[in-house]
Each structure stands twice: as C-alpha cells, then as structure tokens.
Design a protein around this ligand. Structure first.
Ligand code: FDA
Length: 306
C-alpha cells in the first residue's frame, strides 16, 4: 500500500518541486546516489573497486522528451566511458542505460542510435552495457532493441523483472550461451493484468525465473537485497553446478553495503549499481517506495534538515 502511494506521489509535479527544493535533499540523495558529476562518480567507483566490488554506473535520467536532451544524455555516457578508460577502471565497471533517457519516448530509432554509440564507446574502452528495464508498457520494445544491439555487441546485458507475469517465459528465451540477464523484482507501479501484486507471488516468480536462468547456459546477474532470495540463489549455484564467476550478484549503491562486502569476502562477484547525475528524483522515489525505513530516514532528514 505504502509502496503504491509513494510511486503515485512520485508522479506528482508538486511533490517533485517540493523535494527538489528541500535543503535536506542533498544528504538524503547522497545515500543512494554517487554524486552529480562524472568526477564524483569516478571517485566512488574507485573506492568500490578498491574494496573488491565491481560496478555498473547509471547516468540518471528518464522520460526524455527532446532529441537534444537524448543526445546530451548519450554524450554523458561517452564522457564517463572516457574517464573510466583513463583511470583503468573498465575491467571492473560497466554502464547501465535507460532507453527512455536516450530518446525512446521521442523515437525508437533515435534511442537505438544513441545506444549503439554508447555500446561502441564501451567496446572501445574494454567494457560493456546493460539496458535497464522500465515499466511494462516498454518491455517488448526494450527487448527488441536489446536483441538488435546484441547482433553487433553480443555482450549487451538485458534486465527482466520477476513481478511481470510474462518474465518466466522471457527467461526461457534468454537463457542461452553468452546472454547476460539481470533478474530483479521490478520497481514500477504495475497493473494486476501485467504483474503479480502480492510480494510472495513476486518472490515465487523470482525463484522460478532464477531456476530457468541458472539451469541455462547464459550469465545470470542476480539483482536483489532480499536475504531469503540470496540464500536460495546460493543454494541454486550448487544445484546447477555453477562455479563462482559464472554468475554474479548485483545490489544498489547504498543498500546493504555490509552484505555486498560479505559476499565478496566469500569469493563471489558482486556488482554495485551506482547512479549519478542531477536527475535523481524518480530513482530516489523508487528506493523510498521499496522500504518503509527508507521513508523514515527521509522524514528524519526533513525534520532535522540534515
Ligand atoms: P525487496 O525490496 O522486496 O526487499 C526484500 C528484503 O531485502 C527486505 O525485506 C530486507 O530484508 C532486504 N532489504 C531491502 N532493502 C534493504 C535495505 N535498504 N537495508 C536492509 N535490508 C534491505 N528495477 C527495475 O524495474 N528495472 C531495472 O532495470 C532495475 N535494475 C536494478 C539493478 C540492480 C543491480 C538492483 C539491485 C535492482 C534493480 N532494480 C531494477 C530494482 C529492483 O526491481 C527492486 O525494486 C529492488 O532491488 C528492491 O527489491 P529487492 O529484491 O531488493 O527486494
């Protein structure tokens, strides 16, 4: 209930203005966002990599409505990839891209062209790209762009959301050799016709999808902070005889950092999805919606102007 209310509030222009102007914003945002500039993102990346983690950097932005804005979002990735290359960080760091940030809402060809440019730059820098998944109305188009990109750049990663009823079948289609698939629960407000609404149903779907990916020949990227699902994933690595390095765990920057380090210490590959940039509003609202204590953290910060 709280999750749906926050996601609905997130769409409100008035709330966006209020939160964006609040003096507390910076400290609250800092918990989940690596900074506004490329330099800050590179510094955080260096710190994470030095701690044994790998990273996926996301330049924040979504729902771009202008061609110029789409091109500028893509160009931010080119600057980022150049910086990662210069600092020798590309082996441990890839980038995550939202198609809506690079013009999907304007024109699919525009977004595909921008994505291709980013993939070329990533390949040149020695790394790869994962295409984030957004709300269910975009799933087919996003998977079609991923398939198109993979013809030229086979290592491009896809994201599938366990809360969608269709996802187990999508996992079957994508569990083939060379296919990198990030499995997450899903972060958008979705109708019952498209998505499981009950948390237990989402978790059960996650496990079914995980089974398909782990049994297949692809590279599963297990994106969750959920202790129960992490324990099940660990068990599945044994069931399906998956050596460490033939899959990876992924978590969000600022969420369960101790667990991230614990897994690395146990020899696992862990990638930290690390967003940066000034368009943090939608991202922050989805993080607050996920966990009541995040809302408490936010309200406490408002109360203390921390
Ligand atoms: P959930 O939020 O249900 O939490 C389950 C349990 O995990 C909690 O009960 C608690 O025990 C523990 N937990 C969670 N947060 C915690 C915290 N802050 N501190 C302590 N314990 C905590 N979504 C999407 O729609 N498209 C996308 O492309 C992506 N990409 C993506 C990449 C990566 C790397 C991750 C980790 C996630 C995404 N997501 C996403 C977001 C994803 O869909 C989902 O909304 C969040 O990961 C939250 O779901 P969890 O699986 O963590 O479980």
């Amino acid at each position: 209930m709280l999750r749906r209310t926050i996601l609905a509030a997130a769409a409100s222009g008035r709330i966006r203005t209020l939160v964006g102007r609040a003096p507390v914003s910076r400290s609250v945002v800092r918990r989940f966002v690596a900074g506004e500039s490329t330099d800050e993102a590179l510094q955080v990346t260096r710190r994470l990599v030095d701690a044994g983690l790998t990273v996926s950097l996301d330049h924040l932005g979504e729902d771009t409505t202008e061609e110029a804005q789409a091109k500028s979002a893509a160009s931010a990735y080119l600057t980022l990839l150049e910086g990662l290359g210069e600092q020798g960080l590309t082996e441990a760091t890839e980038v995550s891209v939202k198609l809506s940030a690079i013009g999907m809402g304007v024109d699919r060809a525009l977004a595909t062209d921008q994505a291709r440019t980013i993939c070329e730059a990533a390949t040149k820098a020695g790394t790869t790209v994962t295409i984030d998944m957004e709300d269910h109305t975009t799933t087919d188009a996003t998977l079609a762009v991923v398939a198109e990109l993979r013809r030229e750049f086979p290592s491009v990663g896809a994201v599938l959301q366990a809360y969608l009823r269709r996802t187990e079948s999508d996992c079957r289609d994508m569990a083939h050799a060379g296919s990198r698939v990030r499995l997450c629960k899903g972060a958008y407000k979705e109708p019952e016709s498209a998505a499981f609404q009950d948390r237990n149903d989402v978790d059960r779907s996650y496990v079914r999808c995980l089974n398909v990916l782990m049994a297949g020949a692809g590279y599963p990227m297990i994106a969750t902070h959920d202790p129960r699902l992490l324990a099940i994933a660990h068990e599945r690595t044994r069931w399906y005889d998956r050596p460490q390095g033939s899959y990876e765990y992924q978590m969000l920057y600022g969420v369960r950092p101790d667990e991230q380090v614990r897994l690395v210490t146990a020899g696992e590959k862990v990638r930290v999805y690390t967003p940066f940039g000034d368009e943090w509003y939608g991202y922050l609202m989805r993080r607050l919606a996920e966990r009541p204590s995040n809302v408490a953290f936010f309200l406490r910060a408002v109360a203390t102007k921390g």
